[in-house]
Unconditional design. Structure first.
Length: 293
């Protein structure tokens, strides 16, 4: 029987930009996500036999071109996560949004040597008015859809943890779409393929690695099997910090409130490997780019 498609995606957010989400500003660029987490993830992907889509912040591309080229060389896709990872992407001026899209694409292509056709907005903060800018900049798909009411709850939790709650509360609280499966998103005369993150039908619970820390093995496997039984595509998202250890990598202590940062590195990597192997056993795992055609 033909297996449903799946994509493993990684938001390669540096530690300093995670902390920006918690309200801390003016921090120096932190190299841990690119220099330590990403090589670990590439090794893990190789062991599990999966190729992923890596959403990378353009700011970090030039200094880490070697690891990006290594990722491309082993079949992974490099996609844009903006140039500077602004908290409120959809609320930026049109000029600033265009710059984030155009500059990140150029930065990533130059550093990786591969064409960039995909985009994910920071914090899933996307709106239909961005579509013409995506198409104009040369993107063919977006992967910012998070079609779950949990988005509102996650905004509220982040605001409570943040040193500057208004910056979080200013983001759009509701998903821009409730569609669960990939679709052609047409708005303002432009069509872009949209790849939503995996959520269950009914309650629309996200199947997302941040929540994997709180989901037992039996329940996680049930969720995967239900996607397979329905013949649905599955999009599983994780963050580069899921491959960092707070003490092992001397991560800024202010990130301790982030899910998973209270666990030992070996335990985090073991959970991630178990999760990826379960997905690879059930789905045909491919980067988003390969699903466009």
């Amino acid at each position: 029987m033909k297996r449903p498609l799946a994509t493993i995606s990684v938001d390669v957010d540096p530690v300093d930009l995670h902390l920006m989400g918690y309200g801390f500003k003016g921090l120096p660029a932190d190299p841990l996500a690119m220099a330590r987490a990403l090589p670990r993830l590439l090794d893990l992907f190789a062991r599990c036999g999966v190729r992923a889509t890596l959403f990378v912040v353009g700011r970090d591309a030039q200094a880490h071109g070697d690891i990006l080229r290594a990722a491309v060389g082993t079949g992974h896709e490099i996609a844009s996560h903006t140039s500077t990872h602004p908290m409120r992407f959809a609320g930026l001026t049109e000029k600033r949004k265009r710059r984030e899209l155009v500059e990140s694409k150029a930065e990533l292509e130059q550093a990786s040597g591969a064409q960039v056709v995909g985009f994910r907005a920071p914090n899933f903060d996307m709106a239909s008015r961005v579509l013409p800018l995506l198409a104009e900049a040369g993107y063919r798909y977006d992967a910012s859809a998070y079609p779950t009411p949990v988005l509102l709850a996650s905004r509220a939790v982040l605001a409570m943890k943040s040193a500057h709650p208004p910056s979080v509360l200013a983001m759009k609280p509701w998903p821009f779409t409730w569609k669960r499966q990939p679709y052609d998103w047409t708005a303002r005369g432009v069509t872009i393929r949209e790849f939503p993150l995996a959520v269950t039908p009914g309650l629309r619970l996200p199947v997302y690695h941040t929540l994997r820390y709180f989901t037992n093995e039996r329940r996680f496997l049930q969720q995967l099997d239900q996607f397979v039984a329905r013949g649905e595509q599955f999009s599983y998202c994780l963050h580069a910090v899921d491959a960092l250890g707070a003490s092992e990598d001397h991560v800024d202590v202010r990130l301790g409130k982030h899910p998973g940062m209270d666990r030992r590195l070996d335990a985090k990597l073991a959970l991630l490997e178990t999760s990826l192997r379960a997905i690879a056993a059930r789905f045909d795992v491919r980067p988003y780019r390969e699903q466009l055609d």
